[in-house]
Design a protein around this ligand. Structure first.
Ligand SMILES: [Fe+2]
Ligand SMILES: [Fe+2]
Length: 380
């Protein structure tokens, strides 16, 4: 197993992160200050209600149980994002000191470059962003005396065997994806909003009708040319799918947090997901129309097939209904409904095929993290 610098750095962080919860002394001293998790939550709330904000501030920042649950779910989501982006970067991005690991696949990178000459740079930067997201959230959790999230035991899925990929265990599977491209038409509609129960047709229906690789599984996937381009196209649409999910997840969960620093964290990370999504949607619009000769997957000419709903230069959100149909339409992120947002995100990632091959325990852990996040209440 290749042991690169990023992995070593990750392990160092995890080791450090694991210490506070294992150390009974720090746990006790933290409890003395009024830890607001589990049974101590009631005490903290009582003190707050009694008008002792100075003390409340002292008790490790005053995070509620719900704040911690939301941060822990987001940390898990970011770890999963990092894992998938890392796989893309090893083969199609830029491998450097900021994002080490892998040595690149020139044919795959060239196919991605058909979508934009800067694809490798964007893949690199998105990967680094995800790494900082989970690392920051975990460090913040530790600073507040809460347990960070560590999914290392679930790094069991195989790597691509293509030249350029590290041979290490993965959390996510990029080789059997069913990419839902309805985000495309969702952001084009002027009358519908998923928060109103509306549904949207996928821009690339074929991507939902099978299980397709978004990275070369091995070097035999590097030809014929239209097969490799179909893999790169799949990646291009998958990038936007992943990042539009983060675009909705952060504002949805922000409505449930209590502490102002936690709100600030969600409001500061969330829009970076949106910056990613906007970029990726623009690039996916450049994916060439073709049919994969090996499996029949069709990438249609989006400018010919769906009218304005799939016109490729319409990458900014169309205004649509928001909160109530009685209001004028508004250009917004959608959905932002907070009910069941974490579980919805987990379901979307699962339906995407990202976790094919994962253990029942993996799904149980993720389910519990999502359930706890969705149970959080603002002020509760
Ligand atoms: Fe992220
Ligand atoms: Fe992201």
């Amino acid at each position: 197993m290749e042991h690169n610098a990023q992995q070593a750095q990750k392990e160092k962080i995890m080791e450090h992160n694991a210490q506070p919860s294992k150390n009974p002394t720090s746990r006790r001293s933290f409890l003395r200050k009024g830890l607001v998790v589990g049974g101590a939550g009631t005490i903290g709330a009582t003190l707050l209600a009694g008008g002792l904000p100075a003390f409340a501030e002292e008790r490790s920042g005053g995070l509620t149980k719900g704040d911690i649950a939301i941060l822990r779910f987001l940390s898990a989501a970011e770890i999963l994002e990092t894992d998938l982006w890392q796989q893309y970067n090893e083969l199609g991005g830029i491998q450097d000191s900021e994002v080490p690991g892998g040595s690149g696949s020139a044919p795959y990178a060239a196919a991605l470059a058909v979508l934009d000459a800067d694809m490798s740079q964007y893949i690199h930067d998105n990967t680094e962003d995800e790494f900082t997201h989970f690392t920051f959230i975990n460090a913040y959790l530790v600073a507040k005396g809460a347990d960070p999230v560590n999914l290392d035991k679930f790094r069991t899925l195989p790597s691509s065997k293509a030249t350029g990929a590290q041979q290490i265990g993965r959390l996510t599977n990029l080789m059997q994806l069913s990419v839902d491209t309805s985000y495309w038409t969702k952001y084009r509609s002027r009358t519908k909003n998923p928060d109103f129960g509306d549904t949207f047709p996928p821009a690339v229906p074929g991507l939902l009708q099978g299980k397709f690789p978004a990275i070369p599984r091995d070097d035999t996937d590097l030809s014929p040319a239209d097969h490799l381009q179909a893999i790169a196209n799949t990646a291009g649409f998958h990038f936007a799918f992943i990042e539009q999910g983060g675009t909705s997840l952060y504002p949805s969960l922000a409505q449930r947090v209590t502490h102002h620093d936690v709100l600030r964290i969600l409001l500061s990370i969330g829009p970076t997901e949106t910056m990613h999504f906007q970029t990726w949607q623009d690039k996916a619009g450049n994916a060439p129309a073709l049919t994969d000769p090996t499996n029949g997957l069709v990438f249609p000419d989006l400018n010919a097939s769906g009218g304005e709903d799939t016109q490729t230069n319409l990458i900014m959100p169309e205004p649509t209904v928001f909160l109530s149909r009685k209001f004028p339409v508004c250009s917004i992120i959608r959905p932002t409904q907070t009910q069941g947002a974490a579980m919805g995100a987990l379901k979307a990632l699962t339906d995407d095929g990202l976790f094919i091959g994962q253990s029942p325990e993996f799904f149980a852990v993720l389910h519990d993290l999502a359930e706890a996040a969705d149970a959080a209440r603002h002020g509760g």
